[in-house]
Design a protein around this ligand. Structure first.
Ligand code: PLP
Length: 300
């Protein structure tokens, strides 16, 4: 498994805006790791899969919604690395199966639909026990893939960015990815997280809790920006769609509207507003998630 994926490419982005503001901007292309097993979802899975194998597990079980990038990557990785996989999906069995669920079913993931009420018990040991009785023993990967081993995988990104930079930008959902980057940087440099969800005042404490569990440290070199969520999770508007289309035209790099589109929109806006001092060097992480585009054919 260690040998399957080598480091993802790092590219410099060139645009008149960056030249005008005298900034250097790099993009870390985790979207290029693999067509299906890409981005931060692969980074979070890597050490979990190694651990599952070490513990002699043959089955992975995880949780997610009908459009989840994590469910998608887990199903593909399970198939690739030879695990049985079970997805506990938050929704009544839909009349029209989402493209994501269709894909994971074809990958062999066994889908188990639950109500929102049942789904809320995903961290309860009594509920997990009923799942064990039903499906047999499994290696549990939490919703979104975020746990201590996930942080270890994400932290590896830092060692792959071998250019000088002062800022690292990343999209945030649960904050697990930002926590891993923060652990990898050990308090160095400045991390800017762009939340894809509406004001979540628990995000900062959640990140601190994760880094404390993982490396017994709480770092303060990060801040989370809540100005670019476009109304909340999976919400978007024409302005964001136009940005994503123009970004692709200029750089030949595809973004999606749930996470990476919002992050780059926010980064470009901060640059226009002179947030970054002249001469700043900025690295931005492309966290992948391109499967989510199936719902937006006009962006492809
Ligand atoms: C899941 C996801 C995120 C958010 O990651 P967290 O660790 O939950 O903050 C960001 N970008 C993409 C593309 C994702 O799929």
């Amino acid at each position: 498994m260690e040998n399957v994926y080598t480091a993802s490419p790092l590219q410099q982005l060139d645009s008149p805006l960056f030249r005008e503001k005298k900034l250097t901007v790099y993009i870390k292309r985790d979207d290029l790791i693999h067509p299906y097993i890409q981005g931060n979802k692969w980074r979070k899975l890597k050490y979990n899969l190694l651990e599952a194998r070490k513990q002699n597990h043959h089955t992975l079980l995880t949780f997610g919604g009908a459009y989840s990038n994590h469910i998608y990557a887990t199903a593909a990785a399970a198939r690739f690395f030879g695990f049985r996989s079970i997805g506990i999906i938050r929704c009544e069995k839909p009349q029209m199966e989402s493209e994501t669920l269709k894909f994971v079913r074809i990958q062999g993931m066994e889908l188990h639909y639950v109500t929102r009420e049942t789904y809320k018990q995903k961290d309860s040991s009594a509920y997990l026990e009923t799942l064990r009785n039903r499906f047999g023993n499994f290696y549990l990967i939490p919703e979104g893939g975020t746990n201590e081993l996930a942080l270890q995988g994400v932290a590896e990104i830092i060692s792959e960015i071998n250019v000088d930079y002062g800022y690292l930008c990343v999209a945030c959902g649960t904050g697990g990815t930002l926590a891993g980057l923060s652990a990898g940087l050990q308090g160095m440099k400045q991390i800017i997280g762009f939340s894809s969800l509406k004001g979540e005042d628990t995000l900062t404490s959640q990140i601190s809790r994760l880094t404390e569990e993982y490396c017994q440290s709480i770092y303060s070199n990060f801040q989370i920006n809540f100005d670019y969520h476009f109304g909340g999770y999976a919400k978007a508007n024409q302005e964001l769609f136009d940005f994503i289309k123009n970004f692709k035209k200029r750089f030949s790099i595809q973004l999606e509207p749930v996470y990476t589109g919002k992050m780059f929109f926010g980064l470009f806006d901060l640059i226009k507003r002179n947030y970054f001092p002249i001469g700043s060097r900025i690295a931005a992480l492309h966290t992948g998630g391109l499967q989510g585009l199936c719902g937006y054919p006009e962006l492809l």
